[in-house]
Design a protein around this ligand. Structure first.
Ligand code: NAI
Ligand code: MG
Length: 354
């Protein structure tokens, strides 16, 4: 089982080191190879996603990714910016299905932005389509308006679009994921206003007929944004497009407390996947040894489950994380009165020991 390890920038290197430590004690034949990505790769090789890094990623069964980016690269031309590495990997590997579980661990209910009773036991999965929608639709650009409210004015435009096969494949992923969970899919759209999401709703409904054991309901995105904070436990699997998913997954993140706890996976049709924490490179705390490595450690558990077919090993990691939280250890982002504050390495060591 080949794993490409791409730590990246900022806290990326610190947190990935802890996940690698955890993977190494599992006693599995994991072949891990590390390469540069993001700003680190740009500085060493002149490109955020160098040829050899891409080659390693393509040949791997799974990619363990830290985070990329730093303020010092903000002035670079777009193609050289660190974020281009993650966009490039998504594109080259066809990673169209983005899984973002939002789980509220019992010991952390107080860290949520919501009342504890609303989030206690919360375990939902946001499934975001990742390679289509208004983020990639052509044409896009700037021009002079010839119609609209201000003809002659400078305007910018993007194109929202989805094809039937694109919707079909993400819908299948959603129903299959729901089968392994609580058999409930909520498809989020804006079919009352957008043509794109009328097609979305039609296709998800059709695909749903192949999964009679799974309950399907539809919700407009504005209502979904409300329901996520009003009654988050209503949801099981939420499937939606790229833009709505971007926003709702960040909203769901706040239900659980810290972004430092949230793993993510991006899969292609062959179950090859990229696994990374939901957060970024956190330059404000980089190099201080205080970052929470649990999101990355939990991402490695998702990697074992989804791409490497090692569900028992994934269970072991998740159980170890729960045990460590139960023992009272906390990194600064999830610390509260009465618990023990530890750094990145000590947290990783505790998961290894558990
Ligand atoms: P961020 O997620 O890096 O940080 C937001 C806040 O959360 C900061 O206060 C940070 O200290 C805290 N935080 C994040 N992860 C943490 C952890 N594991 N433990 C404790 N605290 C944590 O988002 P921000 O500040 O908007 O972006 C920083 C850089 O990261 C930018 O260059 C951005 O482009 C990049 N980024 C990269 C992503 C990726 O590699 N996939 C995703 C999001 C942002
Ligand atoms: Mg986002």
């Amino acid at each position: 089982m080949k794993i490409a390890v791409l730590p990246g920038d900022g806290i990326g290197t610190e947190i990935v080191a802890e996940a690698v430590k955890v993977l190494k004690v599992l006693d599995l034949p994991l072949d891990m190879e590390t390469a540069l990505v993001g700003g680190a790769a740009y500085e060493a090789k002149g490109h955020p996603l160098p040829e050899d890094t891409l080659k390693l990623a393509k040949a791997a069964d799974a990619i363990l990714f830290g985070a990329v980016g730093d303020w010092k690269f903000d002035k670079l031309e777009r193609q050289f910016r660190p974020e281009q590495a993650i966009l490039g990997l998504r594109k080259h590997l066809g990673l169209f299905a983005n899984f973002r579980p939002a789980i509220c661990y019992e010991q952390l209910t107080h860290a949520s932005s919501l009342k504890p009773e609303l989030v206690a036991g919360l375990d939902i999965l946001i499934l975001r389509e990742l390679t289509g929608d208004i983020y990639f639709g052509q044409p896009r650009g700037r021009r002079t308006a010839t119609d609209g409210h201000f003809p002659g004015a400078e305007e910018a435009f993007d194109t929202m679009r989805y094809s039937r096969p694109e919707i079909e494949r993400i819908a299948h992923v959603a129903f299959q994921a729901a089968r392994k969970r609580n058999k409930h899919v909520t498809s989020v759209d804006k079919a009352n206003v957008l043509e794109t999401f009328q097609l979305w709703k039609d296709v998800v409904t059709e695909v749903g007929k192949e999964y009679p054991d799974v309950t399907l309901d539809h919700m407009y995105v504005d209502n979904a944004a409300m329901q996520l904070v009003k009654q988050p436990k209503f949801f099981d699997v939420v499937v939606t497009g790229n833009m709505f998913g971007d926003i709702l997954s960040d909203e769901a993140a706040m239900l659980t407390g810290s972004i430092g706890m949230l793993p993510s996976a991006s899969l292609n049709a062959g179950n090859q996947g990229l696994y990374e924490p939901s957060h970024g490179s956190a330059p404000d705390i980089a190099g201080k040894g205080v970052a929470n490595p649990l999101a990355t450690i939990l991402s490695s558990a998702m990697m074992l489950r989804y791409s490497l077919n090692q569900p028992e090993a994934a269970d072991r990691i998740e159980a170890a994380v729960k045990a460590v939280l139960a023992s009272g250890l906390r990194t600064a982002d999830i610390w509260s009165e009465g618990t023990t504050k530890v750094g990145t390495r000590a947290m990783g060591d505790a998961v290894v020991a558990a």
